[in-house]
Design a protein around this ligand. Structure first.
Ligand code: 5GP
Length: 237
């Protein structure tokens, strides 16, 4: 598979075309950003860890019948995947209250939610990723029909139903996470982007230690050590 020209550069990944029009390559960067790009840094090895963690989790989800864009990991920093039209909705799944849920609604940090909450944010940095309801999504034409919003919610819950017990077995609470979806060339909705400690919150069940990007957001240090621990637990090391 030949890596061709740069298609798009995001905050954490670069996307390259290939010699197959249906396939693209993501290069996972070591760059870190938070607070809508206001806080920036870089951590050597972070990109490779996220590529490896995402690879394992996409394989796990595929094995559980959830369609994803994953094709294969090429090397430490590169993943081959299906080209899609990205749906500009960030699907946020929450099991425990923290972060913006706590800030916006005053729900106690660490409260176990009575049921899994699924929210939609508009994937638009200029607007600061505002919250969306279904009518907003339809007015903005982010999807074609209500059915597609229902499908996003259903798929997000399926992902949670696989990942939450999987991580619990490895001693990690899956607190919340952000998913992105896209439409492939046949119009099927599939899971895209990455699933890593950059867009999931993991708390150690025993110690409560944060094992995710909150270490950077909150200036706690030890980010790559924590990401490596997440990978090692996934690999059963
Ligand atoms: P919150 O809304 O509390 O900031 O984030 C909820 C969850 O979604 C967290 O796991 C967080 O990492 C993830 N998340 C929300 N928005 C973004 C985003 O724009 N980028 C990334 N990488 N993760 C996000």
């Amino acid at each position: 598979m030949e890596k061709r020209e740069l298609l798009y550069e995001g905050k954490a990944k670069r996307l390259f075309l290939t010699d197959d029009e249906n396939l693209v390559i993501s290069e996972f960067k070591d760059d870190l950003t938070a607070f809508n790009g206001e806080k920036k840094s870089s951590e050597a090895g972070k990109g490779a860890l996220n590529n490896k963690i995402s690879t394992e989790l996409f394989k796990l989800l595929e094995a559980n019948g959830i369609p994803t864009h994953f094709v294969k990991m090429i090397d430490d920093n590169h993943m081959l995947h299906t080209k899609v039209d990205v749906i500009l909705i960030e699907v946020i799944v929450r099991n425990i209250a923290t972060g913006s849920l706590t800030r916006n609604l005053g729900i106690e940090d660490g409260k176990v939610l009575p049921f899994t909450l699924v929210e939609f944010d508009y994937k638009d940095d200029d607007l600061g990723d505002p919250k969306l309801n279904d009518q907003h999504c339809l007015i903005l034409e982010l999807v074609e029909h209500q059915d597609e919003l229902d499908k996003l919610r259903r798929m997000a819950r399926q992902v949670n139903d696989v990942l939450k017990p999987y991580f619990a077995e490895k001693g990690l609470n899956l607190v919340d996470f952000k998913l992105e979806f896209g439409k492939d060339s046949s119009g099927n909705i599939i899971l895209v982007d990455e699933i890593s400690p950059d867009n999931c919150r993991f708390w150690d069940i025993e110690s409560g230690e944060k094992m995710d990007k909150d270490r950077f957001r909150q200036g706690l240090g030890g980010l790559t050590v924590a990401y490596e621990q997440v990978l090692n637990r996934i690999l059963g090391k």
